[in-house]
Design a protein around this ligand. Structure first.
Ligand code: HEC
Ligand code: HEC
Length: 214
């Protein structure tokens, strides 16, 4: 027994040094996050955060998780989106917010690239052309001025300050190009896109969206 112990001890030390303890902590955090999610979010965002068209978006969507920064997700949980169905949860505080974030991140399937996406250059273009594109192809789902579900469609409130103040142009650009799988938000780039918009046309739309909060 004594001999066995002597052999095992270094292994145990090595395991905890190499992250065994922090893995256990992560699992506990995800479990707490899952409980908090069930208490506060599941009613709208549904089981496994898959969302419900026209009611609440998916939060476990692979493309969304890959480009959404921690700051964006935590800030949206804290502040909600004024004028939409997304209420503020400031009362949950930082630690509970972070636990929910850990739970949502446990659904991640694609590499995390929020840093690169947020570092993309700002959009430059013609807001009048952007408005034409928006009214032609986006407003059916997102509402005439990006008002979101209130206008009767399935798209979120991308013209409102609660969204626009928290997202980078890179986040908008990549979402418009690539869309979000398993939702009604299809990509708008390439032959498989809902419409094949050029990079400039996509930037025109972003520049138009930015005028809506001024
Ligand atoms: C009463 C319904 C409701 C509840 C409860 C709710 N949400 Fe939301 N949430 C929404 C709606 C509606 C939107 C989209 C708002 C819009 O149109 O832009 C949203 C948007 C979001 C977004 C932005 C998603 C994106 O695609 O950019 C995040 C993040 C989010 N909610 C997290 C949460 C979390 C976490 C909880 C629980 C702490 C929660 N929500 C609880 C209705 C809700
Ligand atoms: C067929 C309906 C539909 C059309 C058309 C559409 N969208 Fe969307 N869009 C959605 C839905 C639905 C979501 C949210 C996905 C979800 O429910 O999980 C979304 C999400 C988004 C988001 C992310 C918003 C957020 O809350 O994080 C952006 C940005 C966006 N769309 C831009 C556009 C632009 C720009 C156009 C026009 C070029 C467009 N969409 C056309 C349905 C649509």
């Amino acid at each position: 027994m004594k001999k066995l112990h002597r052999h095992l001890y270094p292994i145990i030390v090595l395991c905890s040094l190499s992250g065994g303890v922090s893995l256990a902590q992560d699992a506990a955090k995800i479990e707490l996050g899952s409980q908090l999610y069930a208490q506060n979010c599941v009613f709208c965002h549904q089981a496994d955060a898959i969302g419900k068209p026209g009611f609440a978006p998916s939060l476990s969507n692979p493309e969304f998780l890959s480009i959404a920064s921690d700051k964006f997700i935590l800030g949206t949980i804290r502040d909600g989106r004024p004028g939409t169905g997304m209420p503020p949860f400031a009362h949950l505080g930082r630690d509970q917010g972070r636990a929910i974030l850990a739970y949502l991140r446990s659904f991640s399937k694609l590499p995390h690239r929020a840093k690169e996406v947020d570092a993309e250059p700002d959009a430059h273009g013609d807001p009048r052309l952007g408005q034409q594109w928006f009214e032609y192809i986006c407003s059916t789902c997102h509402g005439p001025e990006g008002d979101g579900y209130a206008a009767g469609g399935t798209g979120t409130a991308i013209g409102k300050v609660g969204t626009l103040n928290k997202v980078s142009d890179g986040f908008l650009r990549v979402t418009i190009k690539e869309g979000r799988s398993n939702t009604r938000m299809l990509g708008f780039s390439g032959p498989a896109g809902l419409a094949n918009l050029s990079d400039q046309e996509i930037d025109d739309i972003i520049v138009y969206l930015r005028t809506l909060t001024k």
